[in-house]
Design a protein around this ligand. Structure first.
Ligand code: UD1
Length: 429
C-alpha cells in the first residue's frame, strides 16, 4: 500500500487550484440515469470515488465517455464526462459495487423514478458511524414506492410510477435530499420537501436537474417544491468547486504558515469555516477568482467550533480544524453533532504529540508548542487529510499509511502542496 512521507516545518507559498466538488459530482453523475439523453459534466475531479461510481453506472448500462485533452489542460484540470443512460439493462446495484462507495446507494431514486423498479444493496458499515438509509427509504415511500428489504438489498417498486407527496425530514440529510429531488423530478404531481439540506451540492444538483427540464423551486432553502415532469432531457453542467478541499488547504496554510491563493473557488461556499479561520488569526481575503490565505509569524488563537448542517461549520472539516487547534494558544472545544464516532483522527494526532481529550461528542484540545513527526494511519477520508495538515506543521518526518483514503477525495494532493513548497512525496508500495 502506498505511503505519504512529509517533512514538516516549511511554510506554504503559491497557488493551489481547487478541483470540482466530489460530493457534487457524485449525485450529478447519478442523475444521468434520469434520462436517455446525454448529460455532459464539466470539471469532474479525477478521484477514486468517481471511478468507482463510473463502474457502478456502467454496470447498469450507462455509457461513459471522457472527453480528450484540450489546449491548456493539465493532468490536474478536471475532466469533462459524458454519460448516456439510453440503454439501461440492469436495475440492480450489487453489494460488491455499492459497498465500495456509500453514495452509490442513491441510484435507487433515478432507477425507481424512470423504470419503476430498483434493487440496490444496503451500503453496509462505514468508518464514521452507523450512517443509516432509513430517511432515504422514507422519502421514496412518501412518493408511493413499495419497499422491502430482502437479503441485504432494498427492493423498490412502483405500480404506476411515483406520485408527488410531502416529505418532511426529521433531521437534515444531504443524501436524503438528493434522493428526494431525483425521485420527485419524474413523479406525477407536486412534491414538497421540508427540512431539506441546504448544502451547495444540493443546489448544484437542483440546477442541473432544472437544465434537464425539471421544475424545482427553493433549492438552498429548507423547503423545496418540485413539480414532476414526465421526462427529462440531456444537458451540460459544470460541477461547482470543492468547498471541503478549499477549507482543507486553507487550514493547512493556517497551520504551516505562509501565503497561498486558492484558485477557482468561492468564499460563499464556506463562510462559516472561513469566519472561524479568521478568528484564529489567519488572514482570509476574497480575490477575483478565489481566496487568499495568509498567516505569517502570528500565533494561532484557540476557537470553539460545533459542526452543523450548511450553512454551519461542516463536519467534513472537523478533523482538519482539530489538527489546526492542536497548535493553538490555549484550549478549544470541538463538538461533532452530525456523525457519531467521527473522532478516529484523535488517536493518530496524539501520536504526533497533540493533547486531546474526548468527552462523548466533544473533543477538548489543549494547544501544544510543537508537534513531532511519527508514523500514523489514515482511517477515513477527512481524518487522513487532517494528518497531512498536521504533518506539514510537525517537526521531522511524518509517514501516513493507508493513503487510499486520500485518493478517494483529494485530487493531486502531493502535486498541489508540493508546488507550494511542502516537502511531501508518495512512496509506492
Ligand atoms: C454527505 C456527504 C458527507 C458529509 C455529509 C454531511 C456525500 C457523498 N457525502 O453524506 O461527506 O459528511 O453529507 O454533511 O455527499 N441519517 C439518518 N438516516 C438516513 C440518512 C442520514 O439517520 O437515512 C443521518 C446520518 O447518520 C447523519 C445525518 O443524518 O447523522 C446526516 O447524514 P447525511 O447528510 O445523509 O450524510 P450523507 O448524505 O451520507
Amino acid at each position: 500500500m502506498d505511503r505519504i512521507h512529509i517533512t514538516g516545518g516549511t511554510p506554504l507559498n503559491g497557488v493551489i487550484p481547487i478541483s470540482g466538488a466530489k460530493n457534487a459530482a457524485l449525485p450529478l453523475m447519478i442523475a444521468s440515469l434520469l434520462t436517455g439523453e446525454t448529460l455532459e459534466l464539466v470539471n469532474v475531479p479525477r478521484l477514486a470515488d468517481i471511478a468507482s461510481l463510473s463502474r457502478i453506472l456502467g454496470n447498469h448500462g450507462v455509457d461513459h465517455m471522457v472527453v480528450g485533452k484540450r489546449p491548456g489542460q493539465t493532468a490536474e484540470t478536471g475532466q469533462t464526462v459524458r454519460l448516456t443512460a439510453s440503454n439501461v439493462i440492469d436495475t440492480t446495484a450489487p453489494y460488491e459495487l455499492v459497498s465500495t462507495m456509500r453514495a452509490s446507494f442513491w441510484v435507487v431514486a433515478p432507477l425507481l423514478a424512470r423504470f419503476g423498479e430498483a434493487k440496490v444493496s444496503l451500503p453496509g458499515g462505514c468508518a464514521i458511524g452507523t450512517r443509516p438509509v432509513d430517511l432515504l427509504i422514507m422519502a421514496l415511500e412518501k412518493l408511493g414506492a413499495q419497499i422491502e428489504i430482502d437479503g441485504g438489498y432494498v427492493v423498490a417498486k412502483t405500480k404506476n410510477g411515483l406520485r408527488g407527496g410531502e416529505i418532511r425530514f426529521p433531521k437534515v440529510t444531504v443524501g436524503g435530499t438528493h434522493v428526494a429531488l431525483m425521485a420527485a423530478a419524474l413523479a406525477y404531481g407536486t412534491t414538497v420537501i421540508e427540512n431539506a439540506a441546504r448544502e451547495p451540492e444540493v443546489v448544484d444538483l437542483a440546477e442541473c436537474l432544472i437544465k434537464m427540464g425539471a421544475r424545482i423551486e427553493g433549492a438552498g432553502t429548507p423547503r423545496i417544491v418540485v413539480e414532476g415532469v414526465s421526462r427529462l432531457h440531456g444537458a451540460r453542467h459544470e460541477v461547482l468547486p470543492d468547498r471541503i478541499e478549499t477549507g482543507t488547504y486553507a487550514m493547512a496554510v493556517a497551520m504551516a504558515g505562509g501565503d497561498v491563493t486558492l484558485e477557482d473557488t468561492r468564499a460563499d461556499l464556506l463562510h462559516s469555516a472561513l469566519d472561524v479561520l479568521a478568528t484564529t488569526g489567519t488572514e482570509v481575503t476574497s480575490t477575483e477568482s478565489g481566496i487568499r490565505i495568509r498567516r505569517n509569524g502570528a500565533g494561532i488563537a484557540a476557537v470553539d467550533v460545533t459542526t452543523d448542517p450548511f450553512p454551519g461549520f461542516p463536519t467534513d472539516l472537523q478533523a482538519q480544524f482539530m489538527a489546526l487547534m492542536t497548535l493553538a494558544k490555549g484550549r478549544s472545544h470541538i463538538r461533532e453533532t452530525i456523525f457519531e464516532n467521527r473522532f478516529m483522527h484523535v488517536q493518530e494526532l496524539a501520536r504526533l504529540g497533540a493533547k486531546i481529550r474526548l468527552e462523548g461528542d466533544l473533543a477538548v484540545v489543549e494547544g501544544v508548542e510543537r508537534l513531532k513527526g511519527a508514523p500514523v494511519m489514515a482511517t477515513d477520508l477527512r481524518a487522513s487529510v487532517s494528518l497531512v495538515i498536521a504533518g506539514l506543521a510537525a517537526e521531522g518526518e511524518t509517514q501516513i499509511n493507508r493513503v487510499y483514503h486520500l485518493d478517494r477525495g483529494f485530487e493531486a494532493l502531493e502535486a498541489k502542496l508540493g508546488r507550494c513548497g511542502a516537502e511531501i512525496r508518495r512512496v509506492r508500495a
